[in-house]
Design a protein around this ligand. Sequence first.
Ligand SMILES: *Cc1c(COP(=O)(O)O)cnc(C)c1O
Length: 328
Amino acid sequence: MMFPKYPLAFLPTPLHFLPNLSQKVPYQVYIKRDDQTGLASGGNKTRKLEFLIQEAINLDFDTIITAGAQQSNHCRQTAAACNKAGLECHLLLNGVEPENFQGNLLLDKILGAHLHFSGEKNKGRCQALENLKQKLINQGKKPYIVPVGGSNLTGALGYVSAVAELKQQMKAQNLDFDYIFFASSSGGTQAGLMIGQYLYNLGGKIMPVMIDKEEEMQVPLNQKIFDIIMAFNHQSQHKIDLLIEDIPLIKGYNTSGYGTVTTHEKEAIKVMAHEEGILLDPVYTGRAFYGMWDMLTRHLLPENSRVLFWHTGGLPALFAYHKELKNI
Ligand SMILES: *Cc1c(COP(=O)(O)O)cnc(C)c1O
């Protein structure tokens, strides 16, 4: 499958062994470094944006609108991608404008994105998005809406091709993985990995650690992933045979809700930083790694399994959580 993409990322991202962590558990632990995609500090959204930005250009749009939390890594990478591609960028962020800008929000500002705050109610976001779009159209602009997290089929293609990239690296390094852990939130990464797993015959079990609390999601995560995979079936010759019940999701590490840092995330950030000198983030990778590390230290997987942690980025959010992390 060949889809046009706008180059934004440094690819392939490194795939490497984690020797110190592997000494502590009866497993061989590896990491895929999508924190190193390179776009304004990187992350998984860069892969999605390569396809989304190209689609916007192909369809002759000149402005991008997207939405998210104030510490959205997706919004920050979208702002940087728009600059590179010469598109105007509007970000619709939850909540009210804070007095101090930190982390991703500060970077959004530095990148020069137009910032809009949708107020405390998440519910109002749909209407706010529509209003903003109309306002820009009235100004003679052609706005293209990138969904939250870049999670539609176009964005997911970033992770379909990431599987092809991983397969090549596995071949070159003579490696196979039994388990692939990562953080799953808006669904595009997981949908792309599942489509890629099917297309490129990737072995092993994917282990998506759910980040958001189910009650807090407007559309259930398994439904979002299912819809993207069905859209793929619809638009391609392929027919991935899948029931919504078959979509894997590891629950139980998300009980504190999105964006709440607990002793779990702190523990994960500390272990990875102290053992391997690698920085995780407090919202996504800290939580996902905690889930993985919990399973590994409790020996819940068969001994000697080869385990991959797919690092999806998020570094700037560390600075926004400086109060919670001071006493780590
Ligand atoms: C967005 C994000 C994720 C989750 O990816 P989805 O495709 O939204 O499920 C994981 N990690 C980081 C750092 C992210 O910014």
